[in-house]
Design a protein around this ligand. Structure first.
Ligand code: AKG
Length: 239
C-alpha cells in the first residue's frame, strides 16, 4: 500500500492532474471534503500488487455470489485515509454516484488500521438499501442532510462497524452509511473497491470516467471497456 501511494505522488487518479487537497470536480465542497479523507482512486491501474489483490478472481466470485450476478467487473478502487482530527463522513449512498445503476452493486471495505469509534469507523442504517433509490441526495457537510431526503430513517438506529486492521466487509451501495470524525492523533486508513455487474449500461453519470470516455458513450451503452472495467469473474455455464 505504501509503495502504491508513493508511486502516485499525490495524484488522485490516473489520467488526471488533480492532486490530493485540490478540487476534483466530483464532490460539492472540496475544502470540507478534503478534510474528510485523502482519497486516491484506481491504484490498480498504477500498481501490479493492488491489481493482483483487488482484481482477484476469488473476490469477484464472492461479489457475484453476494449480488447474484453471473459476472463481476471492477468499477473503481479507492484508498481513504482519514488523517488525525479528520471530519466525519456524512451519511450518503454510493450507487447514485456511479455511472451504472444496479440495485445489487456493492463494495468491499478493507481496514488498513484498526477502525474504532474514536478514529472514524463506519456506521450503517441497516436494511436501508431496500428502500432507497438511484436518486442522489449527495454528500455534504451536514450529517443529517440525508434525512431530509429519507425522513423515514431519521429514528432508525445507527449501527457502528468497528474493524480490526486487515479485516473487511461488503456493503450494498444503496445502504445509508457514513463514518465518524477522527478524534485521535493517528491515521485511519482503508481501501475500498466497488464492483459492477458484467453487462452494466451507462446511465449518463460521469463519476470517475474521463471526458474522453464520456464523449464516446451514450446512455444505454454497454460499459465494456476492459482497460477501465475489467471482468474479474465469470460464472461457468455448463450445458
Ligand atoms: O471510509 C470512509 O470513511 C467512508 C467509506 C465509504 O463510505 C465507502 O466505502 O462507501
Amino acid at each position: 500500500m505504501t509503495e502504491s501511494l508513493a508511486q502516485r505522488d499525490g495524484q488522485k487518479m490516473p489520467g488526471s492532474d488533480v492532486k490530493l487537497g485540490e478540487d476534483d470536480g466530483i464532490n460539492e465542497d472540496s475544502d470540507y471534503y478534503n478534510k474528510v479523507f485523502d482519497e486516491m482512486l484506481n491504484l490498480w491501474q498504477t500498481n501490479d500488487k493492488i491489481t493482483q489483490l483487488m482484481l482477484n478472481e476469488q473476490l469477484g466470485k464472492m461479489v457475484a455470489q453476494l449480488a447474484s450476478w453471473d459476472g463481476t467487473c471492477f468499477w473503481h478502487d479507492q484508498v481513504l485515509v482519514k488523517r488525525p482530527r479528520a471530519n466525519p463522513t456524512s451519511w450518503y449512498l454510493d450507487t447514485p454516484f456511479w455511472s451504472f445503476s444496479d440495485p445489487k452493486a456493492l463494495s468491499i471495505w478493507v481496514a488498513l488500521d484498526d477502525a474504532t469509534y474514536q478514529n472514524g469507523c463506519l456506521y450503517f442504517i441497516l436494511g436501508s438499501h431496500n428502500k432507497t433509490t438511484f436518486e442522489n441526495p449527495g454528500i455534504g457537510k451536514n450529517m443529517d442532510a440525508i434525512f431530509d431526503f429519507y425522513p423515514q430513517f431519521i429514528n432508525e438506529e445507527s449501527v457502528p462497524v468497528p474493524m480490526k486492521a486487515g479485516s473487511f466487509f461488503f456493503h450494498n451501495g444503496l445502504s445509508i452509511h457514513g463514518g465518524g470524525a477522527n478524534m485521535t492523533n493517528g491515521f485511519r486508513r482503508a481501501m475500498t473497491c466497488a464492483y459492477m455487474p458484467d453487462g452494466a449500461i451507462f446511465n449518463g453519470i460521469k463519476n470517475i470516467l474521463s471526458d474522453e470516455q464520456v464523449a464516446k458513450l451514450i446512455i444505454g451503452d454497454l460499459l465494456n471497456d476492459n482497460t477501465q472495467n475489467p471482468l474479474i469473474f465469470e460464472k461457468a455455464i455448463f450445458n
